[in-house]
Write a protein that binds this ligand. Structure first.
Ligand code: PLP
Ligand code: TYF
Length: 400
């Protein structure tokens, strides 16, 4: 019966960790998956998470089923975090919020909604984008096409190309946008460019679909990292927003996030929410409670909330420090005078090095540095003390 089943290819990002594990060299470095490490390259559980878990134990929280839409206190906290405490859309009840299985599950639920209510309508995604985006829309049966985003000549944003491609999309299309800290490039539009993107989306009657996986983690400020989304919502635009707490609260394995649909009326929001629940029920019935309680406790407790903000600043600050050190080492090691300042301009967990597939393979084969084949490295998995070794490897791979 199962003889005809063929082997599935490994995930291009998660598969890197497998290759890393198999390497026995002491110099090995895993810069594949985007997961925060301490300066000693150990996983990090935030202090506020431990404190929230203690509070939950003391309260004697139970493990009863959640409603299909998730934990009420979490849903309230998550939308406030996203849009700000007294946002008009929230106050007017225009936002349908459903707890999801982290960012991925929230994106997948929205994709199922698009497939059901807008069959055949396409989603535009950036070229490149997070590899799982294509899988998610493919499996949901939502057609997608790409808009230009990355310009290899400048290692920056191809803004003209992006605008031209969005303008050319059939009216009614959805446009997937990374709210902040674009994965894999680390290149974000400026505030002025965001205004122009919103103009085009509004003029062409398109709908923005934001993927917010790094709020607070990119700049260190929750408000700044949500400004793209808030700009669209302030214009009265209807948007989808998927949220994830994997990175900013380090809750990778708890699978906690949400899908928010900002609608033009509270009536529409109620109906949209009912349909999201209908889609969730046969897929997974209802979401897990533990991560939702952690988020609700951290965001809902002023002391923990402030402490969380400091811990996020610490994490994003460490990454910025590593970014600077890597840039300094690259500039010192590279005798050709090449300008490496793009490393400093990129934000978030990643740096897009410009290394091609063969050069990325040289990084792993010769230097035991594991990274994705598109040239992306996770700076969150790097320490200050390893920057010099990494710079040697990059310069060697770049010119050989
Ligand atoms: N979207 C982007 C752009 C990501 O980089 C990630 C991974 O961090 C996710 C979504 C979702 O991750 P998770 O499902 O762990 O929340
Ligand atoms: O891009 C990353 O590294 C993170 C983690 O299928 C991730 O977003 C990678 C691949 C995947 C799920 C999460």
């Amino acid at each position: 019966r199962f003889e005809g089943v063929t082997m599935a290819p490994p995930d291009p990002i998660l598969g890197v960790s497998e290759a890393f594990k198999a390497d026995t060299n002491d110099l090995k470095l895993n810069l594949g998956v985007g997961a925060y490490r301490t300066e000693d390259l150990q996983p990090y559980v935030l202090n506020v998470v431990k404190k929230a878990e203690n509070m939950m134990l003391e309260k004697g929280e139970n493990k009863e089923y959640l409603p299909i839409e998730g934990l009420a206190a979490f849903n309230k906290a998550t939308v406030e975090l996203l849009l700000g405490a007294d946002n008009d859309a929230t106050k007017q009840g225009r936002v349908a919020t459903v707890q999801g299985l982290s960012g991925t599950g929230s994106l997948r639920l929205a994709a199922a909604f698009i497939q059901r209510y807008f069959p055949g309508v396409q989603v535009l995604i950036s070229s490149p984008t997070w590899g799982n985006h294509k899988n998610i829309f493919n499996d949901a049966g939502v057609p997608w096409s790409e808009y230009r985003y990355y310009d290899p000549k400048t290692v920056g944003l191809d803004f003209e190309g992006m605008i031209a491609d969005i303008k050319a999309a059939p009216s009614g299309s959805f446009v997937l946008l990374h709210g902040c800290a674009h994965n894999p490039t680390g290149i974000d539009p400026t505030p002025e460019q965001w205004e122009k993107i919103a103009d085009v989306i509004q003029e062409k009657d398109l709908t923005a679909f934001f993927d917010v996986a790094y709020q607070g983690f990119a700049s260190g400020s929750l408000d700044e990292d949500a400004s793209s989304v808030r700009l669209f919502v302030a214009r009265g635009m209807e948007v989808f927003v998927a949220q994830s707490y994997s990175k900013n609260l380090g809750l990778y394995a708890e699978r906690i996030g949400a899908i928010n649909v900002v609608c033009s009326s509270s009536d529409a929001a109620i109906r949209v929410k009912s349909q999201l629940k209908r889609l969730a029920r046969p897929m997974y019935s209802n979401p897990p409670v533990h991560g939702a309680q952690i988020v609700a406790n951290v965001v809902g407790n002023p002391t923990l909330f402030d402490e969380w903000k400091s811990e996020m600043e610490l994490m994003s600050g460490r990454i910025k420090g590593v970014r600077q050190r890597l840039y300094d080492n690259l500039s010192a090691k590279d005798k050709t005078g090449k300008d490496w300042s793009f490393v400093l301009r990129q934000i978030g967990m990643f740096s897009f090095t410009g290394l091609n597939k063969a050069q990325s393979e040289n990084m792993s084969n010769k230097w035991h540095i594991y990274m994705t084949k598109d040239g992306r490295i996770s700076l969150a998995g790097l320490s200050l003390s390893k920057c010099e070794y990494l710079a040697d490897a990059i310069v060697d791979s770049y010119y050989n």
